[in-house]
Unconditional design. Structure first.
Lengths: 339, 307
């Protein structure tokens, strides 16, 4: 991203102070009217559903109680739906009991674990490979255009198609087993189904990571690396002491985006391993659990989706607060080329 | 390493040093450079193969006779068009053709709505000075990172009671929730890079702000708007979670159609036909992306939001 905005030689004469203030106020008025429609539309498509999800999450689900077979009326539930998931309490006629194993409620902490496991492993793999790809693409060589075009292919393929493609590759008689000379049941084994998803996700998303990091790398002036080279720094030293610190802001933003995206992973486990994967819930992520719950009890599903949302929000907050991934500022300074 | 502390000073120093050393270090440098370019070439080949091989495998399999589904010959063998006929036929209860049309309509309407709203917001964010700009930007960024499942449960209830399940608007509205932030975000970055001096010139020549926007800025911004449109369209085209829950057979999108593709035998995955369907769905995107490669990369990295 080169910012070659032509700067006029003599800056246009600034209007006097009072005029400037007036102009600013005028701009602010314009800005409100320009932004209002977007904010209003977002309030309709995001704000309204969120509020109704929170309202729903405090309502009881009407229907047959799975443990007693009694019909339960709806009504205010308090934090019962949240306790159902977080504390594993299932409603019964005489208060609450521990959720029976195998029920959706009992899978909550497993789903949290699976979701975080996927997030940590895929983001680490994608960061390492993405950084490597970006460094290669940042070098000048013949055929660089081909690499840059090739890297867009996995990104352009819809995740649903990616899932079907890897489902075929990972089938028992498929090409993955043929290549490694094994007969692994990728789709139905407990750990193999998890790794199948991790591999497919890494394939699909590393290019995106590489492009974001590459944008950061391109802002590092050649002279810095040249100078380090002349000072006698080895390739490894230059990577750790020059490239990495300078690309860190862009890298952090890319990692944050990927973490938030990985925490809501749905398409791949839903299609590639049919939701459950090995032993029925080896690849059940939080999003999958919500979808399974919707038809059994929408209010309880709302509580779960709100919990998911809060988890993602907390992770983002911690990441921005303690690791200093300043998204807005980094983006702006990338634009100005002052990273 | 002084390079980090003071890049400018280190650079000047480095230049002087380099001049001094050129004579003696020439040979070593040359060999090292050749080694590095060989390593770069190998890495580049690995990257290309890793990125393209699965896609290539999808194409090869899609042209393979169904009796040789698990043939692992790495080039085209037992060539046939049958899988494409199967993929597009409706005999087995698959409606890929209709799904393509559905996705096209939903994607197009979503994109147009997002552009109509997003252009103005992006203009304000890129150009005008006002308080709370950071907050607005944060809200839009936060919205783009919003988990789809959090919308799904209330929308499922709402659309069921309104009888909206199986309508286009039931998918267009949720699609706006992630396509609009993406649009605003990408356009804002593009708008920041435009030569805005021209606008000022138009203003001096007597244009109103609205005229300056319409006559000067919009034509200049057309490529940026076009790129953003592609990104928004792809995001909508690829959506699966919400589409899988809020559609009926009649409004199925391509991603849902492919995920639920059925073969002639129950419990037997029609791999070759699915690969053919996958190619049909993917090829237009891949061609589009490769043609507008440069602009799309610029848009992706500027927006920093996954499509």
């Amino acid at each position: 991203m080169s910012t070659e905005t032509a700067t006029p030689l003599g800056t246009v004469a600034r209007p006097p102070r009072s005029g400037l203030k007036k102009q600013q106020r005028g701009q602010a008025r314009w800005a409100i009217w320009l932004i209002l429609p977007t904010m209003a539309l977002l309030a309709v498509v995001i704000g309204y559903p969120i509020v109704s999800a929170i309202v729903m999450s405090f309502q009881k689900d009407a229907g047959l109680d799975s443990s007693t077979g009694m019909f339960v009326q709806g009504g205010f539930a308090g934090f019962q739906n949240y306790a159902h998931w977080l504390l594993q309490q299932c409603a019964s006629s005489g208060g609450t009991v521990a959720c029976p194993p195998g029920s959706l409620g009992a899978q909550f902490w497993n789903a949290v674990g699976v979701t975080f496991f996927f997030t940590v492993v895929t983001v680490i793999l994608e960061t390492v490979f993405g950084l490597w790809m970006a460094i290669i693409m940042n070098r000048a060589f013949r055929g660089r255009g081909i690499v840059r075009a090739a890297i867009l292919v996995p990104w352009a393929i819809p995740t649903a198609v990616t899932a079907k493609l890897w489902f075929f590759i990972f089938s028992a008689a498929g090409v993955a087993n043929a290549l490694i000379g094994q007969r692994i049941l990728w789709v139905s084994g407990e750990w193999s189904s998890r790794w199948a998803i991790i591999i497919a996700d890494t394939w699909k998303t590393t290019p995106f990571m590489a492009l974001l990091i590459l944008a950061g790398l391109q802002l590092i002036p050649d002279e810095v690396n040249e100078a380090a080279k002349v000072d006698g720094a080895s390739t490894v030293q230059r990577f750790w002491r020059v490239t990495l610190p300078l690309v860190k802001p862009a890298l952090m933003v890319a990692v944050l985006f990927r973490i938030l995206d990985a925490l809501r992973i749905y398409d791949l486990p839903a299609i590639l391993t049919g939701g459950g994967g090995g032993s029925g819930n080896a690849t059940t992520t939080l999003s999958i659990l919500v979808v399974q719950q919707i038809r059994q009890g929408p209010n309880s599903a709302s509580a779960l989706s709100t919990i998911t949302f809060i988890i993602i929000f907390l992770v983002a907050f911690i990441f921005v607060r303690f690791l200093g991934a300043n998204v807005v500022r980094t983006q702006e300074s990338q634009q100005k080329g002052t990273l | 390493m002084s390079a980090i502390a003071g890049p400018a000073a280190a650079t000047a120093e480095g230049r002087a040093l380099r001049l001094e050393r050129t004579g003696t270090a020439n040979k070593v440098g040359k060999r090292r450079r050749r080694n590095q370019s060989i390593r770069t070439a190998i890495s580049a080949i690995v990257i290309v193969v890793w990125c393209v091989a699965p896609f290539y495998w999808m194409i090869v399999t899609s042209f393979r006779d169904v009796g040789f589904t698990f043939d692992t010959t790495p080039w085209f063998t037992h060539f046939t068009w049958d899988n494409y006929v199967t993929a597009l036929s409706t005999n087995l209860g698959n409606h890929l053709g209709r799904a393509l049309l559905n996705s096209l309509i939903i994607g197009a309407v979503t994109t147009v709505i997002c552009l109509l709203f997003g252009i103005f917001a992006a203009y304000a964010l890129a150009r005008l000075d006002f308080r709370f700009k950071g907050i607005v930007m944060g809200v839009i960024l936060g919205a783009s990172m919003f988990p789809g499942v959090a919308l799904l449960t209330p929308l499922f209830q709402l659309f069921t009671s309104w009888g909206w399940i199986g309508t286009y608007q039931a998918l267009i509205l949720p699609d706006i929730s992630f396509a609009l932030p993406l649009t605003v975000y990408t356009l804002t970055s593009f708008f920041r890079e435009m030569p805005w001096d021209l606008e000022e010139a138009a203003r001096i020549d007597g244009c109103t702000p609205a005229q300056a926007f319409r006559k000067i800025i919009l034509p200049l911004a057309a490529p940026a708007v076009f790129t953003t449109a592609i990104l928004a369209f792809i995001a909508s085209w690829n959506e699966y979670l919400i589409a899988s829950q809020l559609t009926t057979d009649a409004t199925q999108t391509v991603t849902v159609a492919i995920a639920g593709f059925t073969g002639s035998q129950p419990h037997q995955e029609p791999y070759t036909a699915v690969m053919a369907a996958g190619v049909v769905v993917t090829i237009p995107l891949v061609i589009l992306v490769l043609i507008f490669q440069r602009r799309i990369v610029a848009g992706l990295t500027a927006g920093g939001v996954k499509g």
